[in-house]
Ligand binder design. Structure first.
Ligand code: SAH
Length: 392
């Protein structure tokens, strides 16, 4: 097999079982591996540490498939897919028919994400290793009980970092007759798997949307970055007095309106606008709310963007605090891998200070259980949220 030989001392993170090998840690390549090929990763003294997928164009030069060295074949990849899918079977019935079946590195499948919406799986192949095994992944997903089609959405920006073109379309099975649907905690959502964000829906916020529903009775609610209406519709379902929802994407709001109608939940005010500008306008107009959700897009995809992103997070949180009625609550998220939970709390604390409010943490919020975080891969904990209450 081809080999990657590390520089002296650069085997430390691998020994802690972190699955990424950065280009700067590599001394030399032995053999002639092509993009996506399996390589044995060796310490400077020659000790074999792992087998990984080679990605010659990426800063993340290799991603670990396994910690024991063996050939990576179709049976190995298929077994990992079925293992990941089987580990989701414990989710209680009636909660949802939308589940993340494969969550990348945390499932031992670097660069592979697969979300199931009822009988359809939407897959993203985001690394050269994932791309190399595209057909095997597609067959394994199509072979899962109850799955009739697999759709590919390998059009995320990170593909470019791996030297891969964007690609999407039907991978297995026949085109669906109607729109994709998911039923989550009793609410129906139409999922735009073709053009929507990620795989079409943000399954990771499932538990947190329900948490909001339980807080919303009688409240005036503002859902910032509402996408297809996940939080806003849960607020209405929970008996909110009024709901305003903002997103800059027209198609997302169109889906949100469809979703409102699907659930016979009327009364939300849907605003197609920039959140940063709209919060300022609300502040200037003296508009206030009892409960505000801030769920912005990934403002810091990597740690390198953290500083600029920190300013943006502080900005919206500061405005959020200013728009809260006394005793009101802020549900504030970051889904940026480059912002640690610790840093996020500091940013939000700074925002409260500048807004001149006393706030306390009533809870930390996380991605749902079908988005597990491997202990050896802290980057997997990209979604973190704070539930805060301001003083009266
Ligand atoms: N809360 C949603 C997911 C939010 S994803 C859910 O539970 O499903 C982030 C959303 O922010 C996307 O829909 C995107 O269109 C929107 N967005 C990005 N930048 C924005 C901006 N400056 N103003 C308003 N919306 C924005």
């Amino acid at each position: 097999m081809h080999k990657l030989i590390l520089k002296p001392g650069r085997e430390k993170s691998l020994k802690r079982r972190h699955p990424w090998i950065f280009s700067g840690g590599i001394d030399r390549v032995e053999g002639d591996p092509q993009a996506g090929d399996a390589v044995v990763v060796c310490a400077a003294d020659g000790a074999a540490l792992a087998v990984a997928a080679y990605s010659p164009q990426s800063q993340i030069r290799a991603r670990v498939w396994d910690w024991t060295v063996h050939d990576i074949d179709a049976a190995f990849i298929a077994q990992r897919i079925t293992r990941a899918a089987a580990s989701r079977s414990a989710l209680p019935a009636g909660v949802t028919d939308g589940l993340r079946l494969v969550h990348g590195e945390s499932d031992g499948l670097p660069g592979i994400v697969a979300d199931r919406y009822d009988d359809t799986v939407v897959v993203q192949l985001l690394s050269t290793g994932a791309e190399r095994w595209r057909d095997v992944v597609a067959d394994a997903l199509a072979g899962l009980s109850g799955v009739v089609r697999v759709i590919e959405r390998s059009d995320a920006d990170v593909r470019a970092l791996e030297g891969l073109q964007a690609r999407s379309g039907l991978l297995r099975g026949a085109v669906a007759n109607g729109p994709l649907m998911v039923t989550e905690h009793g609410l129906k959502f139409s999922v735009d798997a073709e053009h929507g964000h990620k795989t079409g829906f943000y399954l990771d916020q499932r538990d947190n949307r329900l948490a909001l529903r339980k807080l919303a009775r009688g409240k005036t609610v503002l859902d910032c970055f509402c996408y297809s209406g996940g939080f806003a519709l849960n607020a209405l379902a929970g008996g909110a007095a009024a709901v305003t929802a903002i997103d800059s994407s027209g198609p997302a709001l169109e889906t949100a309106r469809i979703n409102a109608a699907l659930n016979q939940l009327s009364g939300a005010e849907w605003l197609e606008a920039d959140v940063f500008k709209t919060l300022r306008a609300f502040r200037d107009a003296g508009r206030t709310f009892d409960l505000i959700v801030l769920d912005p897009p990934k403002l810091a995809p990597t740690a390198a963007h953290a500083e600029k992103a920190a300013r943006a997070y502080k900005d919206i949180n500061l405005l959020g605090f200013k728009l809260l009625n006394p005793g009101g609550m802020l549900m504030s998220y970051s889904c940026s891998g480059g912002i640690s939970p610790d840093l996020f709390q500091k940013i939000v604390a700074g925002a409260a200070l500048d807004a001149g409010v006393d706030a306390r943490i009533e809870g930390w919020l996380h991605g749902a259980a079908d988005h597990p975080v491997a202990l050896n891969f802290p980057e997997g904990e990209y979604l973190k949220g704070l539930l805060l209450r301001v003083g009266v």
